[in-house]
Design a protein around this ligand. Structure first.
Ligand code: PAF
Length: 326
């Protein structure tokens, strides 16, 4: 198994670190084994493809674990031969970077190479060239792990979480595909548990999207920590956003329940009360936000299906406006 992790941000390095530890310490006991055939899947090659790696002189990273222990690890930067033989390319990038990033490497990848997308929001698949969609099985990975980038190639794991992996595009027809799903899930789970394979990842993507559609713009527009989203001043706005999301989700065959979404938003805001949401951090750091793939996605689907989404459209425009003032 040859894995190339793409992206040297917090999530990219979190996975790179755990996969490299799993590779280093794999023994007969911890190697991933197919329960049916008994085949062993050793993680034999791991590399990191950084966005600007030709300019990077540093070849080590620093990782601070949940128990505050610090590790220095070597970065094995991906070279063309790693991409050409990759079994999985794991993109830990922002949603707006996905299409360009895959297009740049696509010609080098073999057909059997699977692609994993780990980002906030939905809508990146639609932006990919059809040839790439036809060629590769594509998975989405959703995670609740918290991780902070302190400096370039220096991250802290701030909160333990769980991850879900599911196929969003590509064949799902035979025994071979089941083996492939099991193999990828096992390798990721072995590195950073828990990772669960979901046959219906779409519903999980929509649940996460709904949470991001509420917490991200409200925290970014009001410059507040996540916990303050539970303040009653936002109750009406949260309800309006969720009602529109539920109507749009229905057009995709996804049934969401308002009360359940309200509860999830409340719980996530509470569990991450002192955190700065990714969108607020992006705005504060003058970076592009993922708003086009969060409330912007609801806005676009609303237009396509003739459903009014005034509140999502409003916050989408307001967050875009924040960017243009910077
Ligand atoms: O984007 C984020 O920051 C996170 O996905 C979430 C759930 C809003 C918590 O901070």
């Amino acid at each position: 198994m040859n894995i190339v992790v793409m992206g040297q941000g917090a999530m990219g390095l979190l996975w790179y670190h755990h996969l490299s530890q799993a590779q280093k310490f794999q023994t007969k006991k911890t190697q991933v084994q197919n329960k049916g055939t008994g085949d062993i899947y050793p993680l034999s090659k791991l590399s990191l493809l950084a966005s600007n790696q030709q300019n990077l002189t540093q070849n080590y990273y620093q990782f601070t674990a949940l128990n505050n222990q610090t590790y220095n690890g070597i970065v094995n930067y991906a070279q063309p031969e790693q991409l050409q033989t990759a079994d999985t390319v794991f993109l830990c990038l922002k949603s707006y970077q996905i299409s360009d990033a895959i297009t740049q490497i696509a010609e080098q990848l073999k057909t059997s190479c699977t692609i994993i997308l780990a980002h906030n929001g939905i809508g990146t698949l639609e932006k990919l060239p059809q040839a790439i969609i036809n060629k590769h099985a594509i998975y989405a990975l959703l995670t609740t792990h918290g991780c902070l980038r302190n400096a370039p190639l220096n991250i802290t794991h701030t909160g333990s979480g769980v991850s879900s992996l599911g196929l969003i595009s590509g064949n799902k027809c035979g025994e071979q595909d089941n083996v492939r799903d099991e193999q990828i899930t096992s390798i990721l789970h072995n590195a950073l548990p828990l990772v669960k394979f979901e046959t219906n990842i779409a519903i999980k993507q929509w649940l996460k999207l709904a949470i991001n559609c509420v917490i991200n713009p409200i925290t970014a527009l009001n410059n507040i920590d996540n916990g303050l989203v539970n303040n009653t001043q936002f109750t009406w706005q949260i309800e309006a956003l969720l009602i529109e999301i539920i109507a749009v989700a229905k057009t995709q065959g996804i049934a969401l329940v308002k009360e359940e979404l309200q509860k999830s938003v409340q719980e996530v805001a509470q569990a991450t009360e002192k955190n700065c949401s990714s969108m607020r951090c992006d705005v504060l750091a003058n970076r592009q936000t993922e708003i086009d793939y969060i409330n912007g996605y609801i806005h676009r689907l609303g237009i396509k299906h003739n459903i009014a989404t005034p509140e999502n459209t409003k916050v989408w425009q307001q967050v875009k406006g924040l960017g243009s003032k910077l």
